[in-house]
Design a binder for this molecule. Structure first.
Ligand SMILES: Nc1ncnc2c1ncn2[C@@H]1O[C@H](COP(=O)(O)OP(=O)(O)OP(=O)(O)O)[C@@H](O)[C@H]1O
Length: 488
């Protein structure tokens, strides 16, 4: 039991307190002078973690944009992912727009937070701008995200949530991506926005072939690690062949839209030398499709060699050497494909039989795709595109007629499209198509097999006697058609 007479008097209490505080101040200022700053920080942080470690259940990951001098892909992914999760209450946002962006992009600004939920786990993102010790010195500024969540979900977040953020970010980027068409102008790539409407949904092709092509593209995109493992460059080659107007260019555009890849339209007729080709190919970007159209007539390689001036090098390794098919193929298989990722090359031709065997040998083009005349299935796709006729509702009364007349040998999809565009009234447009089909079939039946053979031989001889050159009207009209096609 205490008696009030045992307690110190207020005067002696305050005297003891004052001298104690004095000692503390003295120790503190001595510690400041004697112990170096970093050691003090270490002591403070150790004490802090000792005192508070056991009480905190939150884990905070910091994600900055530095990965040993390279970009940190998680930071980039977080930035894109969070831009779609910004709350309407956010008070400060950053705004930017690239020259290829259609819309402005919004990003979190300093101190702004985003709450997210993943598999019932609550997460909190915060964007931090750290200006370092020197206030106002922009050079020492670092920016990073903080991701906080309950510690017990650490494995889920690292192994499942972060990959989820990366996948979502890729989808968002792909969706936002503006495709470009690069064409040659005076041996330089000139770029315009590629807004071609063709997709795998709108293209008239047999369903099975369409599925095969899409699966092949998907597999190619998925297999980055596989290509690395087997030591092959991550590239894929396609040869599209078939008569004019069967959709080869449309398929190129559909592939570009599907993959969100830019298109480089390499007009070989304007490239005369190996060195120019190398420079142009090395200037192409990843995630792109290189198209060489009409390869059978675009590159008259034997003629180029004949045109070679005396004294000009003949070796394809010589930068002044004229372009040769083997030079082109070797370069595409070698340096070009190994110095970039996700490259696709497409050759198109109306005459596969005229191609150099070097192009056709196994392993050169991974997939040969035949684009043929319009089948009834292809017609239904076009009727849906142009007239809005849906296959699942009651078929149009003329469908039976059209199916009988269209056997995949008489009319091209381009000709069908032309007929369907003549009227917005489905009855009128389809009646027009039936008339055209009947005329075509009549003409085809009229020609006896002997006559047909003779006609195709005559046509072939005529083509041989009139080789395509850069300035020929046929070539020019085709090129103009292509440009119009791409730019509309
Ligand atoms: N398979 C198809 N599916 C949808 N539309 C097609 C198809 N084929 C042709 N078309 C239509 O016809 C037009 C011309 O087709 P496209 O240029 O793609 O054919 P192509 O086979 O590349 O012809 P060419 O061999 O003359 O270059 C396209 O703009 C498109 O409207």
């Amino acid at each position: 039991m205490f008696f009030s007479k045992d307690l110190p008097s207020p005067t002696s209490f305050f005297t003891a307190y004052a001298s104690m505080a004095g000692y503390m101040m003295m120790i503190r200022s001595m510690a400041h002078q004697l112990i170096p700053g970093p050691v003090q920080d270490f002591i403070y942080s150790s004490l802090h973690s000792l005192l508070f470690r056991s009480t905190s259940t939150t884990l905070t990951l910091t994600i900055d944009d530095d990965n040993m001098g390279m970009h940190n892909e998680i930071y980039q992914a977080a930035q894109t992912y969070l831009s779609t999760k910004i709350s309407p209450e956010a008070a400060r946002l950053r705004i930017s727009k690239g020259h290829r962006d259609k819309h402005v992009n919004l990003y979190l600004s300093d101190g702004e937070t985003v709450n997210d939920v993943y598999q019932n786990v609550e997460l909190k993102w915060r964007f931090v701008t750290d200006r370092g010790d020197k206030k106002g010195d922009d050079d020492v500024r670092s920016e990073y995200f903080e991701l906080s969540f309950d510690k017990k979900h650490k494995d889920l977040i690292l192994n499942s949530y972060i990959p989820h953020v990366e996948t979502k970010a890729k989808e968002i980027r792909d969706e936002r991506r503006i495709l470009m068409l690069h064409s040659l102008n005076s041996l330089r790539w000139e770029s315009v926005i590629l807004e071609h409407p063709s997709t795998f949904k709108t293209i008239a092709m047999e369903d099975e072939l369409k599925r095969d092509v899409m699966e092949d593209l998907d597999r190619f995109i998925r297999r980055k690690d596989y290509y690395k493992k087997v030591g092959k460059a991550w590239k894929r080659g396609y040869l599209l062949y078939g008569p004019p107007g069967t959709g080869k260019s449309s398929l190129v555009a559909a592939m570009a839209n599907y993959l969100k890849f830019d298109v480089y339209d390499l007009q070989l007729a304007s490239v005369m030398r190996d060195s120019d080709l190398r420079r142009l190919l090395l200037a192409t970007r990843n995630r792109s499709i290189l198209v060489i159209e009409d390869i059978d007539c675009a590159v008259d390689f034997p003629n180029r060699l004949e045109q070679q001036q005396p004294g000009e090098g003949k070796n394809c390794g010589d930068s002044q050497a004229p372009l040769t098919l083997s030079g082109l193929l070797n370069f595409i298989d070698g340096l070009w494909s190994s110095c970039g990722d996700e490259r696709i090359i497409i050759f198109t031709t109306n005459h596969k039989d005229r191609l150099d065997p070097a192009l056709l040998r196994p392993g050169r083009m991974d997939m040969h795709i035949y684009m043929g005349h319009c089948t009834f299935q292809g017609f239904k796709t076009l009727a849906s595109n142009y007239l809005g006729l849906n296959d699942t509702t009651m078929p149009h009364r003329l469908y039976t007629n059209i199916e009988r007349l269209m056997d995949g040998e008489v009319i091209t999809p381009a000709q069908v499209a032309e007929e369907l565009m003549k009227s917005e009234d489905a009855d009128v447009a389809l009646e027009g198509l039936v008339n055209v089909l009947e005329k075509m079939r009549f003409k085809a039946n009229e020609l006896s097999p002997v006559l047909k053979k003779k006609e195709s031989r005559l046509e072939r001889d005529e083509m041989r006697a009139r080789p395509d050159t850069e300035g020929s009207p046929r070539k020019n009209s085709k090129r103009i058609k292509k440009l119009v096609l791409f730019w509309t």
